[in-house]
Design a protein around this ligand. Sequence first.
Ligand code: CP
Length: 320
Amino acid sequence: MKLFSSVNDVADLKSFIEQALNLKADPFAHQSLGKNKTLGLVFLNPSLRTRLSSQKAAMNLGMNVMVMNLDKEGWALETEDGVVMNGTSVEHIREAAAVMGQYCDILGFRFFPKLLSREEDYSEALFNKFVKYSGVPVISLESATLHPLQSFADLITIEEYKKVKKPKVVLTWAPHVKSLPQAVPNSFSEWMCRAQEEGMIDFVITHPEGLELADKFTPGAKIEYKQDMALKGADFVYVKNWSSYHDYGKTFQNGESWMMTHQKLEQSNEAKVMHCLPVRRDFELSAEVLDGPHSLVIHEAANRVWSAQTVLKNMLEGLL
Ligand code: CP
């Protein structure tokens, strides 16, 4: 494996989940695989879970880890080609990425979208340039449009907690105080659509009209605009805000009634509730649900280690 940026980079989904569960059962089984290998984690945006779980996963495999907050600690980066660098940019992405590739055997990058231009964000130009110029295997730590390590951890969590062979999984929009990227819901949908294709789940997305995700990330998903209808019989409810894809970056006004509550879950099949975190308590999701027995949010975060460790293990095996 040389690139992990989407579910499309995974050849065998069921085997990938099985590998993750094996690593969870025996975290240090491959300690020699990462000996004398270095993982570089490069962040242009904040992170708690992605940063720590990726570091822990690498340490479990015997790797060394270096972390750089490029936005605060790096030189001001020029990302466009053909620019005369007589302004504030100090270093071009071509040299910066190539140099990181000299120090690291595997690199991870996190770059959030600006939410100003859909064309620019959805081209994934920045992430793709780092992939191209670094010359080493690259993991997405959340790009402009996708967050695959999170979605893989979510699928591992569903596999662990499902009580029926083919659970109903519902992705529901939730209110938020600001415009958020579509990366987490795009990615969750992409992974769930693949799981549905492979007969593992039934997948429904519910959101206010106008907040449809990009078609390419929702193939086969059932769209239900009525949240109460979508929640009927749900086994897993994934709560997440996102801004508009079609009216790009705009947030939905007056969406408070979409907050997930204990009362709404009464029509589900005692659904387990998921959220990638960080979460706004009593705004996206009620504290009662978060602190109650149906919440899986901490388990999901814990499973981030095994999603990262599975990806790193496959990349390290490709370096042998
Ligand atoms: N869910 C997630 O990616 O968390 P962080 O942004 O804290 O890494």
